[in-house]
Ligand binder design. Sequence first.
Ligand SMILES: [Zn+2]
Length: 425
Amino acid sequence: MLIRGANVVGPRGLQKSDILVVKDRIAEIAPELTQPAGATTVEAHGWLALPGLIDIHVHLREPGGEHKEDFLTGTRAALAGGVTTVLGMPNTSPPITDLATFKAALALAEQKAVCDFGLFIGATHENVDMAWLVEEAAGLKMYMGSSTGTLLLDRFEDQYAHLAAYPPSRVVAVHAENEEAVRYFEKRGQRRPPLCAILEATRAIRMAQTLKRAIHICHLSTAEEIQMVKDAKERGEPVTCEVTPHHLFLSAGIERHLGPSGRTNPPLRSMEDVEALWDNLRYVDAIASDHAPHTLEEKNSATPPSGVPGLETMLPLLLMAVKQRQLEFSDLVRLTSTGPAKLFSLERKGQLAPGFDADIVLVNPEAQWTISSEGLNTRCGWTPFEGWRVWGKIMQVYLRGRLAFANGKVLVEPGAGQRVKQRRA
Ligand SMILES: [Zn+2]
């Protein structure tokens, strides 16, 4: 297959090129390639070609929460958003904490996923000595503070033991909010103020520093945290982090307007925090959706859960930011493809380059449209970005060379997604 005349978004910006795909891989990228005999062509003049997005933080809710999402609906939402690889979080019901629960979730994902995927294992009080044995896990997720589900590891002893035991070449991703502080403020009617995140991020970075191991901090939300990550990086420590679209595009003021629909862990923050995240994106390793669907009924109940869906809106929002000159194309690709692939040592993912998987997103950058809950693929059926005017329509998505999404429809069958391979030291 020859994709002709697309503006290829690479680490150095835009370049008009043809992309030759042979079977499931990219064979060649260059201006004006000659069309091999028998090749189909895709005319992509005026369109952008990006590497398929890699979303390293999603909650697909299966097993146990299928009324809000499952591996099929969640990965359909991914494809519709230009995301061709997702890494699923382990706070399901039951949570993924050992080989048996991991294998059961993996079997479901293999049957149902329509994009490529990896799955985390969750750290518990009991699995310090065996979590690392689940070799197929994308990484270890440690809930240093509580969020959705039962996974919680708030004691120093357990946190430190896990960080010491997990192989240094693999990723430990942490939800860093201090549980004692969360509870203290909750009793006083305050929901997870910045101090909760700042305290626990400090602790995470210091533990990793002492153990001389890498640590990845999920969904940074405050100016102080990004400063800490910056400082750690400048000291040469292997501290990495991600930010979410909702912490970049929404703020505490909007949360008051959205009500429980805007409730997330960590919460939406002040405009000063939002600006600090934008200003320091060069210290950020990935933008990840933290796609966390709940039904509107749950969100509007007396005890609303935290989390918002995000897979389908992440790329359009970021393309809008490029249009508004808040972000460069090269940063978009680094934060959503090359960065995540590097962080998780994903084989053949994250770049439009010869030898890489032909995970390709074609976007019409001049199409303006309005985000609406109608036609969303996520089972929860709503978005906190309802009514937003954005630039950039996702025209086609290829998954390992197969046309997987076009004309607003997912075209591949359940099971088309495969587990990602990771290079292991
Ligand atoms: Zn999450």
